[in-house]
Design a protein around this ligand. Structure first.
Ligand SMILES: Cc1cc2nc3c(=O)[nH]c(=O)nc-3n(C[C@H](O)[C@H](O)[C@H](O)COP(=O)(O)OP(=O)(O)OC[C@H]3O[C@@H](n4cnc5c(N)ncnc54)[C@H](O)[C@@H]3O)c2cc1C
Length: 339
């Protein structure tokens, strides 16, 4: 079998890259061994436009967010499936200091937020008030991966890629019976954990645990967030998270992780809840928590797309489109995406 690019991994990175390469007429084969706890299968899929304790607008959000929304919307049209759920996020302050910080920041975030009125806040533990983030929502990542797999059809293979099976030639590679112009490794955190060709890149991955809970009486149409978040999935179900753990990289749910997320829920609401699902995965994080693409310094036929961190839903489509232009049309790599 002969293709232009072999892509290893069909998470948010590999999926977006495969579609972007196909848009440019390249032939691809995507290989994935389907790790059940991969970040993309576990992720909440949330897009929050003002992030973290610092309440900052994410890197290149003004450019990347509209491109991501257009990308998911096109897939929705083609597949007839609802992938992205547009939704405001009600962000509650964790104290007076944070409220004052927000007031000083209003100019920087004005395009992305509105002041929350008392009615929005009444159901939640929001003693210090809060604000509403606009233009976000959540992507059903599992369904998205399934839809992309459908688009790939025979260009997708469930298999494990082992580097010892890879032969690198001059301007080509071969793996099993496949020959290609190059291979792009989109393995997320596993790409570092398993000592692969790019494990030398400075990485600091973070395990995250997440719960799906059933909450008595709750019916909201906004994501609720403070030090944790709750996403209404419909009916009484909410997805809630998430932890950040920097040492344990096995992607296995723990009692400590569950207790931490349960505490985050209790900090947001007094309503009783019951846990119906508990999962964990590892976020691939590189320098500055930014996505990166590039070639191996010794083997230019071997490339990578990784480092989606906690923002893969927003950043993957634009970065993939740029990298595809580089691979197929030789467009110079954007310096800030190159490690
Ligand atoms: C708990 C949690 C919550 C999150 N919430 C959000 C959120 O709300 N919003 C957001 O934008 N991001 C979120 N993220 C981050 C997001 O999930 C990641 O940025 C993104 O999924 C990373 O995608 P990826 O394709 O790089 O890696 P992965 O999703 O890890 O995909 C890698 C793929 O490669 C395959 N693979 C690996 N090695 C091999 C091999 N040797 N052979 C074959 N296949 C292989 C795996 O099976 C997998 O499918 C969250 C992450 C976690 C863990």
């Amino acid at each position: 079998m002969k293709v232009d690019y072999l892509i290893v991994g069909q998470g948010l990175a590999g999926s977006a890259l495969a579609l972007a390469l196909m848009d440019l007429g390249a032939r691809v084969l995507v290989v994935d061994r389907v790790d059940e706890n991969s970040a993309s299968r576990v992720a909440a899929g949330l897009i929050t436009t003002v992030a973290g304790k610092g309440m900052n607008v994410s890197w290149r959000q003004g450019e990347y967010l509209p491109e991501a929304l257009a990308f998911y919307s096109r897939l929705e049209r083609d597949s007839g499936k609802k992938l992205f759920h547009p939704m405001d996020t009600l962000r509650l302050f964790d104290g007076e200091k944070q409220r004052m910080k927000f007031e000083n920041k209003q100019e920087q975030v004005v395009d992305w937020v509105e002041v929350a009125d008392a009615e929005d806040l009444s159901e939640w533990r929001a003693e210090e008030g809060g604000f509403v983030m606009k233009r976000g929502g959540w992507l059903d990542t599992k369904l998205y991966l399934e839809v992309v797999r459908g688009v790939l059809g025979e260009r997708y293979r469930r298999d494990a890629f082992l580097e010892e099976d890879l032969e690198i030639g001059d301007g080509c590679i071969s793996w099993k019976e496949v020959t290609a112009g190059g291979v792009v490794l989109c393995q997320g955190a596993r790409g570092f954990a398993e000592g692969g060709l790019f494990s030398y890149l400075p990485h600091r991955c973070a395990k995250g645990e997440i719960l799906t809970v059933s909450v008595a009486e709750a019916c909201e149409e906004a994501v609720i967030s403070r030090n944790g978040w709750m996403i209404p999935l419909g009916g009484k179900l909410w997805r809630c998270g998430a932890t950040y753990e920097w040492e344990d990289m096995d992607g296995v749910p723990t009692e400590e992780g569950r207790a931490e997320v349960e505490q985050k829920i209790c900090d947001l609401t007094d309503l009783p809840f019951e846990v119906v699902e508990h999962s964990a995965g590892v976020r691939p994080i590189l320098r500055k928590s930014q996505p990166y693409v590039g070639h191996h310094p010794e083997y230019p036929e071997v490339s990578f797309f990784n480092g989606l961190g906690s923002k893969g839903v927003t950043t993957a489509p634009s970065v993939a489109a740029h990298f595809a232009q580089h691979l197929v049309n030789g467009v110079e790599l954007d310096e800030s995406l190159a490690l």
